[in-house]
Design a protein. Sequence first.
Length: 293
Amino acid sequence: MKSKTISILIPSYNEEKNILPLYEEIDKEVRKNSDKYDFEYVFVDDGSKDDTIKILEEISKKNSKVKVIELSRNFGKEVALTAGIQSVDSDALIIMDADLQHPPSLISVFIEKWEAGYEIVATQRLEINNRSFIKKIGSKLFHKLINAMSETKMVSGSNDFRLLDRVVVEELKKFTERNRLVRGLIDWMGFKKIYIEFTAPDRLHGEAVYTLQKLFELAINSLTSFSLFPLKLTGYLGVFISTTFGFLFIWMLTDKYILEQNTFSSLSFVIVANTFFVGVMLAALGLVALYIG
């Protein structure tokens, strides 16, 4: 009897032309390891507007190991991943995209590394064919910023294509964030990890779901979720302003009442005093923000 089960989680949105080829490719790879493990497929339809859900239902009728979760509307990939993660109860979980840019041939490599004792087998994407210049630069800039501002380090080119041991999945289920970056949470958790490099092929059909706007929103959400630097920046700015204008105000008082030079006008005193208190308010907001953070 096979004692361990491996789940393959695939979030899908408007992937009607990719689902069947992807399933067939994964099934070929799964058969290589079917003598040792039981496999199940977990497809999460993220409110697709095409025939993705119909195709998934047809596949599930032919294969009882295919589970389909249909979300009530399009919530985004991170929520779709979360729904799938919450639904599995297996010894290992493999996460991959539905566009065949995550090669199913790496599934056997994942399993080998998992059997060697790694609790997280992650991937580092070296390149994507025909990827726009803006997205390449944006990805590199994002990873530089997040690694500079956050204690959680993310490898450039890392993505959701990875295997997670049961212990990782069970801990991941405990997180309650609504706005989340799943791979960021996984990187934050630790555990024994190894990276596998791969080059992503061209997307088989359709266009990428993530627009530049969605990628930008995800980057902002990630920076604020994994770094307190923006909160600290407000406080630092406040301290700098109040210190600078505090000394300036003292110098102005000295000039007027001790040196009796009257270099500064009455309006100058008002402006400097007002700016000093603005700095105090920013410093106080920064301190409150740190407690909230």
